[in-house]
Design a binder for this molecule. Structure first.
Ligand code: PEP
Length: 251
């Protein structure tokens, strides 16, 4: 059964005391509420352990924002899947457009991280999305198809069905511009069709495909009402407990 997942990507924001405050506020905001979606938060690495202990008896699940593909070794500044598991992560965001564009991550590297996450029982939230140029020159679907094919390269069906996909048009991230529900639905349905071709229709139907890009309390409901939009990956609006709560409760 397809699951709705609302995930909050904190990016490089919140020091330790601010992280503790935000997660405590979020817990309070969600207490006693009827929550249908799976709720996931991705704080910065240095706050993961403290946040994990605070969410222990709550509905909130823990994600990292990135990881390396190797088991361990001389990779200064990097974090391994095993390290993330050891602090209680269940999810890891991979291939975020900021990782692709600012840090030069390639489709191949992202694919190797996906395999490493799965090997370590972490659920990868795999991001894909086109730039403004690509949307304007009509290559959105080619870009999405090649990113999705690269992400699934070499995965068995058993592995593939564990993935979560996040469609995040780069032009909508942090810009206040949201894809219209129709634009997003069109790409989500396309992603599901590509995945069905790579795996099976049943697996594609069961996968969660989140939308990300300036999701806010006032546009979440309409986006999430579309048949192929199964959740949201939220940046800016997850940094305030009440706005993230409102997005969670839009499901
Ligand atoms: C993101 O970074 O994944 C994102 C969608 O950010 P924002 O919601 O701020 O556009």
């Amino acid at each position: 059964m397809r699951k709705y997942i609302i995930a909050g990507n904190w990016k490089m924001q919140k020091n330790l005391s601010e992280a503790i405050q935000l997660v405590s506020d979020l817990k309070n905001e969600l207490e006693g509420k009827d929550i249908i979606a799976e709720v996931v938060i991705a704080p910065p690495f240095m706050a993961l352990e403290a946040v994990k202990s605070l969410i222990k008896n709550s509905v909130i699940k823990l994600s990292a924002q990135n990881m390396h593909s190797a088991d361990s070794g001389a990779f200064t500044g990097e974090v391994s899947a095993d390290m993330l598991k050891s602090v209680g992560c269940e999810y890891v965001i991979l291939g975020h457009s900021e990782r692709r564009t600012i840090f030069g991550e390639t489709d191949e590297f992202i694919n190797s991280k996906i395999k490493q996450a799965l090997k370590n029982n972490l659920i990868p939230i795999v991001c894909c999305g086109e730039s403004l140029d690509e949307r304007e020159n009509g290559t959105t679907f080619n870009i999405i198809e090649s990113q999705i094919k690269a992400a699934f390269n070499g995965l068995t069906n058993e592995q593939a069905e564990k993935l979560v996909i996040a469609y995040e048009p780069i032009w909508a991230i942090g810009t206040g511009k949201t894809a219209s529900p129709e634009q997003a639905q069109e790409v989500h349905a396309f992603i599901r069709k590509i995945i069905a071709g790579l795996t099976t229709q049943e697996i594609a139907n069961g996968l969660t495909i989140q939308y990300g890009g300036s999701v806010k309390p006032d546009n979440a409901k309409e986006l999430l009402s579309k048949p192929d939009i199964d959740g949201a990956l939220v940046g800016g609006a997850c940094l305030k407990a009440d706005s993230f709560r409102d997005i969670i409760l839009s499901v």
